[in-house]
Design a protein around this ligand. Structure first.
Ligand SMILES: [Zn+2]
Length: 279
């Protein structure tokens, strides 16, 4: 067992982490933050390695989430870079645009960036790491496989490395994890190791008083991918992704969890509209 953040964060075995209900947990609260919009121009080619979907455009969203546990905060994913506000990115594959920064949204609910103790990253892709740099005091929780890739020399990861430079350089406190992580050490919020999309990809289980919520990371990108066992063409390990699909679905079924696919526009309404929160 690996301890993080003093005694606060413990890595658990998979079985222990998902079978134990939260015990005496402080109040939990969950907000969905707007972390961008995508207009995918070649949706079919991008999102299926089995030619499942017709070519043509389709919109997706970017989502980040703030979790309050008593007076402690976890930011789950950090969206596109806020340099995109008013200046959308556009190429032949997609347009990415961002209306509001995370900092601006946090300000609206009176949360200062210094209050964010943990930033959890589902995976290293740029649309999930773009605003991490605004939370330098936070401990960065990231899958070991992704961390190892970023620590390597692959030139294609240059931009992503820049997003997380504060932690990669050793200045910020990083906590790479290879197994599930019980963030607040009471079973209430668990990062789930779901490798495949990237080597260190993960999802997040949040056991609210109103019922468990399962945040997908990029395990799935849209609703039909669940039924279709979809694997995108830009996926890193197909076999691992299919195994993680199976684990994700079984956790959702066993806990009766509300599944939220972070990039699916239809899933935005599964949580209260910001600045309202779920409890
Ligand atoms: Zn993504």
């Amino acid at each position: 067992m690996k301890a993080w953040f003093g005694a606060a964060l413990l890595a658990l075995s998979a079985t222990a982490s998902v079978s134990q209900p939260a015990a005496r947990a402080p109040a939990l609260e969950l907000w969905r933050l707007d972390c961008g919009d995508f207009d995918m121009k070649r949706f079919g080619a991008w999102f299926s390695d089995t030619f499942q979907y017709p070519p043509g455009p389709r919109p997706l969203v970017g989502s980040c989430y703030l979790i309050r546990h008593g007076d402690r905060y976890l930011l789950w994913d950090t969206g596109m870079s806020d340099a995109l506000i008013g200046k959308p990115f556009d190429n032949e594959q997609q347009t990415q645009s961002l209306k509001r920064s995370i900092l601006d949204q946090l300000k609206q609910i009176n949360v200062a960036p210094e209050q964010i103790g943990f930033v959890g990253i589902s995976h290293f892709h740029g649309d999930h790491t773009g605003q991490a740099k605004h939370f330098p005091n936070a401990t960065l929780a990231i899958g070991q496989g992704d961390w190892d890739l970023l620590k390597g020399s692959d030139e294609r990861l240059k931009d992503v490395r820049a997003n997380l430079a504060h932690w990669l350089s050793g200045t910020g406190k990083a906590a790479p994890f290879a197994r599930d992580v019980d963030v607040f050490n009471d079973g209430s919020v668990i990062m789930l190791a779901l490798p495949g999309h990237t080597p260190g990809h993960s999802g997040l289980l949040v056991r609210l008083a109103s019922g468990p919520v399962l945040l997908s990371g990029d395990q799935y990108h849209f609703t039909e991918a669940v039924k279709n066992r979809g694997v995108p063409s830009f996926n890193m390990n197909r076999a691992d992704t299919l195994a993680s699909h199976d684990r994700f679905d079984r956790i959702a079924a066993n806990l009766g969890a509300k599944v939220i696919i972070q990039h699916e526009p239809r899933d935005v309404a599964k949580l209260p509209a910001f600045p309202a929160s779920a409890r």
